[in-house]
Design a protein around this ligand. Structure first.
Ligand SMILES: [Zn+2]
Length: 395
């Protein structure tokens, strides 16, 4: 019985134990059942957090970039205001500077980086002014001329065609801007000051300054319709300067429309100069220079052949003030540019400057330029038959 009791009690205990275990197991199951959704919930929370972060980062970046763009836009406006030009001009200027960098790679071997850019701009300078001038001539109202120099929506495409790149990448016909590694200041070198695109409202002032200093220069003129400008052609000649041809219309589409158009244009400006001054002009400067690549419809070599046939000598340049390239340059900066090239050229210098509506800084710089050139021993001369031509492209 005792054993039986014991056994019973053991059974009881076992039953109790089993019951406890069952309860525990149940509790555990219940616990596990609770935990599963909790796990699911926490996974979901993680996923949502992850998605939020993934959305928030790009969003924050977008907002940041937008703010940067706005701030840069504002800066561009302020720069345009400060320069007194339109937004297009500022962006175009940047574009040109960027695109010309590559073409100056060859030069960088012997030019400082700052000058490499400037040197490249020399060619662009003429091209720029040409485009501006074309625009001016397309606008008959005199009041529009001012704005023609700044509101230039269409010059971007023209500038892409600037002649500098080809001239340098081909490394042909443009040795004139290849400068000595160390500038030398050799006394006795000759400097030929040349003024393109005139006559203009500033020609008389330029002539006055030249006269006061007893300096003779060269004016590559175009045909101007304004009666008040007509007497300036004669005054250029009467004052002893050289009058050269720079095309009749100065409009690329017309001048370079075809070989016969070019020949007619040369004849027209030649005959016009002959009519108003009596001079048989024999020096020529191509609009855009001989290295321009805006003259797609006519071969440069054919134009050169024609000029040679007529006994006309064309002159490009190997120094420039960059007055047409950047009208915000101060007179001192213009002269620094000229002097850099003049001092760097191993030989004589033909300096490109402009005589057009917006050339006040050029006029303001002239006296100081003459003083500097004279004080350094340079001889300032007009182009004559004895002048060695500077030509970017030759046959
Ligand atoms: Zn010109």
């Amino acid at each position: 019985m005792k054993n039986e009791k014991k056994t019973l009690s053991e059974y009881e205990q076992e039953l109790l134990q089993a019951e406890r275990e069952a309860k525990e197991a149940e509790a555990k199951d219940a616990d596990n059942r609770d935990k599963a959704p909790r796990k699911k919930k926490s996974h979901r929370r993680l996923l949502i957090t992850f998605l939020l972060v993934m959305c928030a980062i790009p969003l924050a970046l977008c907002i940041y970039l937008l703010m940067r763009v706005n701030s840069m836009d504002g800066r561009l406006d302020r720069i345009a205001d400060a320069l007194g030009v339109s937004r297009n001009d500022v962006t175009e200027y940047r574009y040109r500077t960027e695109t010309t960098d590559a073409s100056t790679a060859d030069q960088s071997a012997y030019l400082t980086p700052e000058i490499a850019t400037s040197a490249d701009i020399v060619f662009l300078a003429e091209n720029y002014s040409e485009n501006e001038l074309e625009k001016e001539q397309n606008e008959n109202a005199p009041d529009d001329i001012d704005s023609a120099y700044v509101d230039s929506d269409d010059i971007g495409s023209d500038r892409e065609e600037a002649p500098a790149d080809d001239a340098y990448s081909d490394n042909e016909g443009a040795p004139e801007l290849v400068v000595a590694e160390k500038p030398t200041r050799l006394n006795g070198k000759k400097v030929y000051l040349t003024f393109d695109d005139g006559p203009s409202e500033h020609t008389a002032e330029i002539l006055d300054i030249l006269k006061k200093n007893n300096v003779k220069a060269t004016f590559f003129v175009i045909h101007r319709d304004e009666p008040e400008l007509e007497q300036l052609y004669s005054r250029i000649v009467d004052d002893g300067h050289t009058i050269g041809m720079h095309s009749y219309t100065h409009e690329y589409e017309k001048v370079y429309a075809s070989e016969s158009a070019f020949e007619k244009d040369v004849k027209d400006i030649h005959d016009f100069i002959k009519k108003v001054t009596g001079v048989d002009a024999k020096f020529y400067r191509f609009p855009g220079g001989s290295s321009n690549d805006v003259s797609d419809n006519v071969q440069t070599s054919d134009m050169i052949d024609y000029l040679n046939e007529k006994g006309i000598v064309y002159f490009d340049w190997n120094a420039a003030s960059l007055d047409a390239e950047d009208e915000s340059l101060t007179p001192a900066q213009l002269n620094e540019n000229v002097m850099y090239y003049v001092e760097s050229n191993p030989g004589d210098s033909v300096v490109l400057m402009h005589d057009f509506k917006n050339c006040e800084p050029t006029v303001a710089a002239l006296q100081s330029l003459i003083d500097t050139l004279k004080s350094e021993g340079y001889e300032i001369l007009p182009i004559t038959d004895d002048t060695e031509p500077v030509q970017h492209v030759t046959n």
